[in-house]
Design a protein around this ligand. Structure first.
Ligand code: WT7
Length: 653
């Protein structure tokens, strides 16, 4: 675990960057917030919850029956009303909510008044299809405004959305629809990717076959010809456009479910992470306010994530809208039609806050610093990073070439499960170190502990845990309480800590450095992919007898997927090691899970290293994948296996 740091230069990083006096003087948060939150955590969170409109105030801030929390007990609110209507009622109907930029260059400007009309129409449309509070609605859409309308329409009706990333395959979508027993699927005819329309509806058709889906609501985006099932399929423009743009929101309990979002775990089956309303929205709004130093009506905010991931939920939709942000939403890829596309958009809209992922920063570095240099980026004030540890070189490049040495960088650690940012510098407050997420936000408590659950102390590494409940914490795994308890609460059951699955260390000043996952979960371009899931996909191919998958460090994507496969006896040896077969297996994984899970490399081997109890020793395979000296093999059932693998690979090349 933490003896395998992913940041090699951790202990040597000594640079630090204090905030400018100017920035500090106008920052939303101050150093005093930490002490205030520490002195009375519940009072602090009650104060943050006042950012929202409550139809009925809570009676109790927190009811903690480990591992189950209820926040703002007895309170009632409508999440969509908080994100939309109240801003219009307060006189900000003309403020832009989204500057939407399509990949082909088409644009839409959506004000808060527009957003209210669209969300009401969508809510009425969904209600006409029988969607009601407590139902589940699957959404697989590209980055178009209808994705936001759909999510907010669900929230308005008290129905849970389950957004599935557009790049996920039909079988991945089907598994998610089946697990949550969704009633409706909202999708589109297609999406624009890398300058070309790509199909989407065909995927949806395959996915809904034989499931609980009653209707498929289809947004027209690419004008592609699509297969159509009369009676089941409905065009968005046929149904939504004719609806009334008025809809009275109902107030729901603070703990009313808001959404399910699937994420990879250590087994093959994705976990449906459940989030609820009051606590989630409180922390999403609070963190968006303090971490990005967001000023409503002034800031122009851009989070480059996809709404298919939690970052898109909390920092494109819920947090920013609750705070009356003006956001940029971009449909496409960063190099379409050219590698300066992001900077062109920053310049065009005067973006002040830019939030992206280390993998993209490293890609920008590869494309060259002359590209951002061609644009006017002087509007930028705060830069954010999320998804994986950011290496100090990428941090410095970001600071210099995007931020012109003038913008605080916030490296934000959190997870699908935590719902919102947990560990991050505060701009204008924190003296930031390149590559460190620094310290838990005011109101949040974290620790780095050893195997026995004891704090490791300054200068040492261990496991990251969250030792106190927080408002936006997951409320469980959909339909699987046992797995919820086992995954997060069993590792440090005695202490009652939430086990995040990440390794971390404290430096000599007590700042936290994240070191990557300690379980069988890979992080590829900031996306969580389980080794088991990719192994299952490989084994489902008729030529594969057995497979082992590891994440090997990769200069651009953080980790790359490397697979070791044993082929079935009836597959001819020359065919086996042939590039054709490797290509077929890579494509097979893309088809089973999605292109993001395609292995970077597949090695055909005769044996896999296993312990006596039959557990695959991925550590040794990682050594091979990263071209390292093979580590300790004494616990292998057959210690000659690694020689065999090394020999086989040499012959194969
Ligand atoms: C895992 C959570 C949170 C939204 C995106 C990913 C890694 C995330 C950081 C960071 C180091 C990070 C962790 C975590 N991670 N942010 N700033 N520094 N690691 O959400 O898919 O739920 O993945 O991403 O390993 O456990 P997710």
């Amino acid at each position: 675990m933490a003896d395998e740091p992913t940041l090699s230069n951790l202990s040597t990083e000594t640079r630090s960057f204090p905030p400018s006096a100017e920035f500090a003087a106008q920052a939303n948060a101050t150093e005093e917030w930490y002490a205030r939150a520490e002195a009375d955590r519940e009072a602090f969170w009650a104060e943050q919850a006042e950012r929202l409109h409550w139809n009925q105030k809570w009676e109790k801030v927190l009811d903690w029956q480990p591992p189950f929390a209820k926040w703002f007990v007895g309170g009632k609110l409508n999440v969509a009303y908080n994100c939309v209507d109240r801003h219009v009622e307060a006189g900000y109907g003309d403020q832009v909510a989204f500057h939407w930029e399509g990949e082909p260059g088409d644009t839409r400007t959506i004000t808060y008044a527009d957003l209210k009309r669209e969300v009401c129409k969508t809510a009425n449309a969904l209600a006409s299809l029988g969607v009601k509070a407590g139902d589940r609605v699957a959404i697989q859409l590209p980055m178009i405004p209808e994705a936001v309308f759909s999510m907010l329409a669900c929230a308005r009706l008290g129905a849970m959305h389950s957004v599935v990333f557009g790049g996920f395959s039909a079988s991945a979508l089907k598994a998610r629809i089946e697990d949550a027993e969704c009633k409706l699927l909202i999708t589109s005819d297609g999406q624009f990717r890398r300058g070309k329309p790509a199909p989407m509806k065909e995927n949806a058709d395959q996915a809904v076959e034989g499931t609980t889906i009653e209707h498929v609501l289809v947004v027209k985006r690419t004008e592609a010809d699509v297969p159509w099932t009369e009676g089941r399929d409905i065009w968005w423009h046929d149904l939504v456009d004719k609806q009334s743009d008025e809809h009275t929101p109902e107030a729901f309990d603070s703990e009313h479910p808001l959404f399910i979002l699937y994420t990879s775990g250590t087994t093959g089956k994705p976990k449906g992470i459940l989030h609820t309303s009051g606590g989630y929205l409180t922390q999403a709004a609070y963190t968006h306010h303090v971490v990005f130093d967001h000023k409503p009506g002034e800031s122009v905010y851009w989070c480059t994530a996809d709404i298919g991931w939690v970052t898109g939920h909390s920092y494109i939709v819920y947090g920013p809208l609750a705070n009356r942000a003006t956001s940029v939403m971009y449909e496409g890829t960063p190099n379409t039609p050219h590698e300066g596309r992001h900077w062109e958009i920053v310049q065009k809209y005067g973006v002040t806050i830019y939030y992206t992922a280390p993998t993209l920063i490293r890609t920008f570095m590869k494309w060259g610093s002359d590209i951002p240099a061609k644009y006017d980026l002087s509007s930028l004030r705060v830069l954010g990073s999320v998804g994986e540890p950011i290496n100090p070189e990428a941090w410095m490049w970001y600071r210099e070439h995007v931020g012109r040495n003038n913008c605080p960088i916030v490296d934000t650690w959190w997870q699908t499960e935590t719902g919102a940012i947990m560990i991050s510098p505060l701009p204008g407050v924190t003296v930031a170190k390149p590559g460190s997420a620094m310290r838990p936000l005011p109101g949040i408590s974290a620790e780095v502990v050893n195997d026995d659950g004891k704090p490791v102390g300054k200068g040492n590494g261990g496991y990251l845990v969250l030792d106190k409940p927080w408002p936006s914490m997951l409320r469980g795994i959909w339909g699987d309480e046992q797995r919820y308890r086992e995954t997060y609460w069993s590792r440090f059951a005695e202490q009652g800590y939430y086990f995040a699955g990440d390794g971390a260390k404290y430096d000599e000043d007590g700042a936290i450095w994240l070191l990557g996952r300690v379980d069988d979960v890979m992080n590829v371009s900031g996306h969580r992919i389980s080794t088991t899931e990719v192994e299952s996909a490989l084994v489902s191919h008729p030529a594969v007898a057995e497979a082992a998958v590891v994440g090997a460090s990769d200069p651009t994507t953080g980790q790359g997927i490397v697979a070791f496969v044993i082929l079935r006896g009836n597959v001819a040896r020359d065919e086996a090691s042939g590039t054709e077969m490797i290509k077929e297996l890579r494509d097979h994984v893309a088809k089973e899970i999605g292109p993001i899970a395609k292995p970077r490399q597949i090695m055909v081997v005769e044996e896999l290293p296993k312990t006596r109890s039959g557990k695959i020793m991925r550590r040794l395979l990682r050594d091979v994948a990263e071209n390292r000296e093979i580590g300790d093999v004494t616990t292998l059932a057959d210690s000659t296996v690694m020689d065999l693998i090394a020999k086989g690979l040499k012959e194969g090349t």
